[in-house]
Ligand binder design. Structure first.
Ligand code: BGC
Length: 832
């Protein structure tokens, strides 16, 4: 009988979605445990331990709980399934698949004993440079919300707590610990909060992680109006607010603001600080108790008191994960351009050249804490080779020298000729190269690393600047590339004969910048590089290099391109060039534009496949290639998925979860993305007009619009029905239409519904996504897609009443396969 009772309790408690009866039992047990804990032990619980754990409290039977990173798979417990990155998941527009992927990641977590997964990331994509775009779900709040809900439900269905992050305003990685995101209230509610809101209200997420940045002048981890006010107060969040790793700066401010758990350790929310604060009422006991209750309640809700979290019956290298990762990659690849070349016909290809730095080995994800090492990652080269078998010759070459070799090949000459070290280095105690240098030395190259004794620390000064001067005498005439890399936010300029050719103030990316220009053999060019270190001298790297185009591109790739029936160039970023903690460049990494140009010049059948977390500058080559595919970071099965799409075994079906700009300048956040106010202020001055909302408002056509993606089939949209045509203000409007596969191949499309409110008392975007449905149709097949448009979907956030407000009048309905292709339109009226 007792055993039966235990089983019953275990079943009740392990169900992640808690019923009321079960809730009462949880609360009863929480109180029972609270009574057994001293104030010291309570404080011990609210700070992490050992990097990725919450400490155990044996006196109440609480086990030590383990946290693992999980944006794109489970990290830090050896190899694991590497799913396609979250931005690729967003490109599938498939919330059911998101739930399956979440379930898969949840299973992987159970196999490894994780109690918490630190994902999903749901911050909105504003600009292609965002270093963590690949970990997030695109530019639209509804799309991000739907996918996040699926993903969280999947994870939590496995008895693992999901942690939605980073709350909030982390939309760039540039100087992420110091930037201050200033976002007006309406924009927060309409654009930056909905995915978090859905995670809380619909998916009942167990934990939320604050971001590093400040919001409106206060660290997100100390932000009472957001944490206590919006999250816990308005949305009724009952789970745990944890800080990002070392994102708490003041234990009392954080504790009073609603921070429940300081990670990775109790640097501030500890006994030393909080016990005296409790004594003199700077923090109340109720405040501490609430945090403890939240942690215990969540642990009970997920059954951690009752079972071993590690489930040894789940395979570490799970075939279900492989299958899911493959489906996700297949559904996420976006065909952006196809001038009749795709799909390739297997029978007519004898030789195919696979070229590019991302062609092999597999680039499964971007860099940083989301990085997962798979048991086996299938590169584009392997995917294509496996697909073709012995039927064709697959030639492969990287196409470009690796950067380390380019750096090693860079040759400078001493100013005025002669022998000896080529580079004169002058260091200044000021941060702007003023005054006399405090040291002058020389070396053979321009490189400086954190441990280098020439760093500012060595000078004993808080500020420092440095000037490198040398000359360059090219051996070859023709195009040359210069590149510079300074790994912090510090400003720098590279001059060639007194002309600035690279400047950090123009491009704030912390990855390598490149400038290409023609040089003459034998001429002497004076090169000057100036770096102004700011106060935040951190892990540093300074590198400057130069190379002639013909030395950068490998001759083998050129020969292959010339001989092959088809060339596939797989280009893009990797864990070193697109990663957490810095922003990347909009331009492809050094040498990749020239590589694509040279292959395209040698082979008219050149297909480009890009690996990137978002849009990329294609201006240098897009009109020279007949086809372009976007792979995002496709996870461990990416190479196989690419081969299936290239050869038409499946039709491409991913659609852009972002708008893709022709030039960075036309992006609606171009003037507001980087620090644009005083100090570190980033004013989101475009308001709600971010992404397609902004392009349409500004009447700028992007290169590829939000929602866009080509297919090998074609689809017809007909029969739009809206009911009622005249709705009352509180009434939900239903809408349906038919989608027909008018082509001759089984294919998926993503039907999208946008709404416009042309006459409103506040400026509203011309159209906003209000529904979407991925449909899979056989040739000739038709399906009916239906949506409900409830009052909230028609509303804007009214800052005066602090409520969602719907205004009577006409609403326009737009239906189609992208935000720019709208075969069906209609209207309905909303009456008072
Ligand atoms: C990242 C988080 C991550 C944490 C733990 C931080 O630097 O911002 O997203 O979960 O590290 O790895």
């Amino acid at each position: 009988m007792n055993q039966l009772r235990n089983i019953l309790i275990i079943t009740l408690l392990t169900l992640p979605c808690h019923s009321r009866a079960n809730e009462a039992e949880i609360e009863r047990r929480v109180e029972e445990m609270m009574a057994k804990l001293t104030v010291e032990r309570k404080i011990d619980l609210i700070g992490g331990v050992d990097g990725f754990y919450i400490r155990s409290l044996p006196e109440i039977g609480l086990p030590k709980m383990r946290l693992m990173d999980a944006s794109v798979g489970v990290r830090s417990a050896g190899p694991s399934t590497a799913y396609a990155a979250s931005i690729a998941l967003a490109a599938t527009w498939n919330p059911e698949l998101a739930q399956e992927v979440g379930t898969g990641i949840g299973r992987d977590a159970r196999a490894r004993g994780a109690h918490f997964l630190l994902g999903p990331g749901v911050n909105i994509y504003r600009a292609p440079q965002g270093g963590r775009n690949f970990e997030y779900l695109g530019e639209d709040p509804l799309l991000a919300a739907r996918l996040a809900v699926g993903y969280i439900r999947g994870i939590q269905s496995q008895g693992v707590i999901a942690t939605v992050k980073h709350f909030m305003g982390n939309n760039s990685e540039f100087d992420r610990h110091h930037t201050n995101s200033i976002i007006d209230e309406r924009t927060k509610r309409e654009i930056y909060l909905p995915a978090f809101e859905a995670a809380v209200k619909e998916a009942d997420v167990g934990a939320i992680m604050s971001s590093y940045n400040l919001v409106d002048g206060t660290y997100a981890s100390h932000h009472k109006p957001l944490l206590e006010g919006v999250l816990k107060g308005e949305w009724g969040f009952r789970g745990i607010v944890m800080s990002d790793w070392s994102a708490v700066h003041d234990g009392i401010a954080a504790a009073n603001a609603g921070m429940d758990l300081e990670m990775p350790s109790a640097s501030f929310m500890n006994r030393e600080l909080l016990l005296p604060a409790l004594k003199d009422d700077r923090v109340s006991q109720a405040t501490i108790d609430d945090k403890v209750r939240r942690i215990l309640r969540t642990a009970l809700r997920f059954g951690f008191f009752e079972r071993q979290q590690q489930d040894l019956t789940i395979p570490l290298n799970d075939p279900r994960g492989r299958e899911l990762a493959a489906r996700e990659a297949e559904e996420s690849i976006v065909l952006l351009k196809n001038e009749g070349i795709l799909p390739l016909k297997k029978d007519s290809i004898r030789k195919i050249a696979v070229i590019g730095p991302s062609a092999y080995p597999a680039v499964v994800g971007g860099g940083g804490s989301s990085q997962v090492t798979p048991f086996a990652g299938i590169s584009a080269l392997e995917g294509i080779t496996d697909f073709l078998g012995k039927d064709a010759v697959v030639m492969y070459d990287r196409g470009l020298l690796p950067m380390s070799e380019v750096l090693a090949k860079t040759r400078f000459t001493p100013v005025g000729g002669g022998s000896g070290p080529a580079v004169k280095i002058e260091q200044f105690s000021t941060n702007n190269l003023s005054g006399l240098p405090v040291s002058i030395r020389s070396s053979n190259g321009i490189a400086l690393f954190a441990e280098d004794p020439t760093g500012p620390d060595e000078l004993g000064q808080p500020f420092s600047s440095v000037r490198y001067t040398t000359t360059l005498v090219p051996e070859k005439s023709g195009m040359h590339h210069f590149f510079a890399n300074v790994s912090t936010r510090d400003g720098y300029r590279l001059f060639l004969d007194d002309q600035v050719i690279l400047s950090r103030s123009l491009d704030k990316s912390s990855s390598m910048l490149c400038h290409s220009m023609p040089l003459l053999a034998g001429r002497t060019y004076v090169l000057r590089f100036e770096v102004e270190f700011g106060q935040r001298w951190g892990p540093n790297k300074v590198e400057v290099g130069e190379i002639a185009n013909e030395d950068l591109l490998t001759p083998t790739a050129q020969l292959m391109a010339a001989q092959a029936d088809v060339a596939v160039v797989v280009a893009g970023y990797d864990t070193a060039t697109e990663a957490e903690s810095y922003d990347r460049t909009f331009a492809l990494p050094v040498g990749q534009d020239p590589l694509i140009q040279s292959v395209a010049a040698l082979n008219t059948h050149t297909i480009v496949a890009l690996v990137a977390g978002g849009a990329v500058d294609t201006a240098g080559w897009l009109d020279r290639v007949p086809a372009l595919l976007h792979l995002w970071y496709p996870g461990q099965e990416g190479g196989r998925a690419l081969a299936k799409v290239l050869f038409g075994e499946i039709s491409p079906s991913g659609h852009l979860p972002i708008s893709w700009e022709k030039t960075w300048a036309e992006n609606p956040v171009h003037h507001s993305y980087y620090i644009n106010g005083k100090g570190n202020d980033v004013h989101y001055s475009e308001g709600v007009f971010v992404g397609y909302r902004g392009y349409e408002q500004n009447r700028i056509k992007p290169l590829f619009p939000f929602g866009y993606g080509m297919s090998y089939s074609s689809f017809r949209y007909t029969n739009l029905k809206i009911s009622p045509q005249n709705a009352r203000i509180g009434e939900t409007v239903s809408l349906s239409f038919d989608v027909t596969n008018a082509g001759n191949m089984l294919a998926d499309d993503v039907a999208q519904l946008y709404l416009g409110d042309p006459v409103a008392s506040v400026p509203r975007p011309p159209k906003e996504l209000k529904g979407f449905q991925r449909v899979s149709l056989k040739p000739g097949e038709t399906t009916t897609v239906s949506f409900l448009i409830d009052p909230r979907a028609r509303s804007f956030y009214d800052i005066t009443t602090k409520e969602w407000k719907q205004e009577p009048g006409a609403f326009t309905v737009f239906v189609g396969p992208s935000s720019a292709e709208i075969p069906l339109t209609g209207t309905f009226q909303v009456k008072k």
